[in-house]
Design a protein around this ligand. Structure first.
Ligand code: FPP
Length: 237
């Protein structure tokens, strides 16, 4: 039987710091390698026909890291987004539509502007939707959705008793997208860490001890194969 591809995969890119430490390198060397692996996995997901993929790159909690590490991660975003500024970018030609999820208000202005350009330049690409979660927190995302809905109630546009799950979904950063079928977390941690809290209600999880910079396309295939052996019942029998 041909394997079923998950329509939407979420990936928590974890273990960069430990990967660097094991090699006597700086933590940001791990992030740099992590960013290269992100590029490879993104491209491979597109090649095999995944329709949507979401990478957790920077959480609302990650600001607590040492300033040099935060600055190094921001530089990696600048570097990547700088490439995406080019309309003839290879990723766009490949069919990757970029979308950034997370709170933009607290991000450096130049990065927000690069994000907007990347989204605009890739908006017609239609092979795969690539979401990158930057300054993202699942709880904050739900709070922001609730605020928008509360405003509509205040303005008399809807009644509280008419609010549905679809209304919450429609006000998240991922509005209009399918929920993730599969969430991958490498590096031996078994938690969601505030990633896609609402959207992951029925996701399958795949954990592994591999550190993100060591993650390969074979590992992605393994995760997809394991996903194929799961029986998803969505609360039914
Ligand atoms: C978690 O590993 C990783 C991060 C907080 C940063 C992830 C960022 C990247 C991979 C760069 C992404 C770049 C682009 C262009 C999207 P960790 O540092 O917590 O690892 P540890 O648990 O081993 O310390």
């Amino acid at each position: 039987m041909e394997r079923q591809l998950p329509k939407h995969i979420g990936i928590i890119m974890d273990g960069n710091g430990r990967w660097a430490k094991k090699r006597g390198l700086k933590r940001w060397d791990g992030h740099k390698e992590g960013a290269n692996v992100f590029r490879k996995i993104c491209s491979y997901a597109c090649d095999i026909g995944i329709k949507s993929i979401t990478f957790y790159a920077f959480s609302t909690e990650n600001w607590r890291r040492p300033p040099e590490e935060v600055a190094a991660i921001m530089e990696l975003f600048r570097e990547y987004l700088g490439e995406a500024e080019d309309r003839e970018n290879e990723n766009i030609r490949k069919g990757m539509q970029m979308h950034f999820i997370g709170r933009r208000d607290d991000m450096p202005e130049d990065i927000v502007s690069l994000m907007e350009t990347a989204e605009e330049n890739s908006k017609d690409a239609s092979r795969i939707k690539v979401n990158i979660a930057i300054n993202y927190g699942g709880r904050l995302e739900i709070v922001e959705a609730v605020r928008k809905i509360a405003q509509k109630v205040k303005d008399g546009e809807i009644q509280p008793e008419d609010i549905t799950e679809d209304d919450i979904s429609a006000n998240l950063y991922t509005a209009g997208q399918d929920d993730p079928d599969l969430i991958i977390r490498p590096s031996g941690e078994y938690r969601l860490s505030n990633f896609l809290l609402w959207q992951s209600a029925y996701s399958e999880f795949w954990f592994s001890d591999i550190l993100w910079p060591d993650f390969t396309t074979d590992d992605l295939d393994r995760a997809i194969d394991d996903y194929n052996n799961r029986s998803r019942r969505f609360g039914g029998v």
